[in-house]
Design a protein around this ligand. Structure first.
Ligand code: SF4
Length: 299
């Protein structure tokens, strides 16, 4: 059995930055509350809670003087306003790539443009982006919904349009959406806002999946970028989505000769390593194992 990890896997810049900011505040003994779980990773979130961080779902749950951490997904403008009204100190860990989208949609809205947003309207990042558009937006999940939007547009619609995407939007779906934009009928400004970290991770996962019998995708069950990695890999081979090494036992890996491993943006390196080491242990325990595997190389 051969085990390989994708060239790009695990924590991205924005998530790593957010976790570091929250941990630094805890190191300094500050009372910390994160607005929602800091990342989609139960292990990391539990460890922070053990150190005293609270998870709140609404600004009104803040205690006086508590530092509120805005996670990498970012938040709507009214959330900043609510925090400022309460006077709590803010640790803004909004990823700079997400912040750029907030700035784009706010500027375009101020110029009078209508904003099209490719993404999942339930996702916190999209809800944050929407919250900088002043009710002047349409969220679509794919080209079919976008097509319906233009078909149902009122005849007298004369606004300029600007189009952005959620940073973790699928690049294939994005290109499909751009192809159906009626550029001849409207003035539309296209902003490329898919994060390269996501694209690189998806490309590396697809490349590895195409050379593997089976893929293991490590990451939170609610992490949208991990679920997308799972979708990408599933196109090529049998794919499993696990959160950590504890779930390895229930996977059927015995028929696979080449196993690929990748991980979502909120998966810390130690969890990836633990999965690989657990696989090593399981294999070494198996009587059918004939070859020793160089796991140091696999990592
Ligand atoms: S995936 Fe990209 S945009 Fe999202 S947090 Fe990470 S670096 Fe930022």
């Amino acid at each position: 059995m051969q085990i390989r990890t994708a060239k790009s896997a695990g924590f991205c810049y924005g998530v790593s930055r957010a976790v570091k900011k929250a941990e630094q505040a805890l190191d300094e003994g500050k009372p910390v509350a994160t607005l929602g779980p800091i990342i989609h990773n139960t292990d990391v979130v539990n460890a922070m809670q053990e150190r005293g961080a609270r998870i709140i779902s609404k600004v009104s749950e803040l205690k006086p003087g508590e530092y509120v951490v805005i996670r990498s997904h970012g938040v709507a403008k009214n959330i900043y306003d609510e925090i400022h009204a309460l006077g709590n100190p803010v640790i803004d860990a909004t990823c700079p790539y997400v912040k750029r989208i907030h700035d784009i949609v706010a500027e375009e809205t101020a110029k009078g443009s209508f904003i099209l947003i490719a993404g999942d309207e339930q996702h916190p990042e999209v809800q944050g982006i929407v919250g900088h558009c002043q009710q002047n937006f349409f969220v679509f999940k794919d080209k079919f919904v976008l097509k319906d939007f233009f078909q149902n547009l009122e005849k007298n619609f004369e606004k300029r349009l600007a189009i952005v995407s959620q940073t973790t939007y699928n690049s294939i779906l994005w290109r499909d959406a751009l192809k159906i934009l009626p550029m001849q009928d409207f003035e539309i400004t296209i902003y490329e806002t898919i994060c390269r970290a996501t694209e690189e991770r998806q490309t590396a996962a697809a490349e590895l999946a195409s050379q593997s019998d089976c893929m293991i995708v490590i990451g939170g069950k609610h992490s949208s970028n991990t679920v997308k990695l799972y979708d990408v890999c599933s196109r090529y081979c049998k794919t499993y989505h696990i959160e950590n090494a504890d779930e390895l036992e229930i996977l059927k890996l015995s028929d696979a000769e080449k196993i690929g491993i990748t991980a979502g943006a909120s998966t810390p390196a130690h969890i990836i390593k633990e999965v690989i080491f657990t696989m090593e242990e399981n294999l070494n325990r198996s009587p059918e194992t004939e070859e020793e595997i160089d796991f140091a190389q696999a990592i």
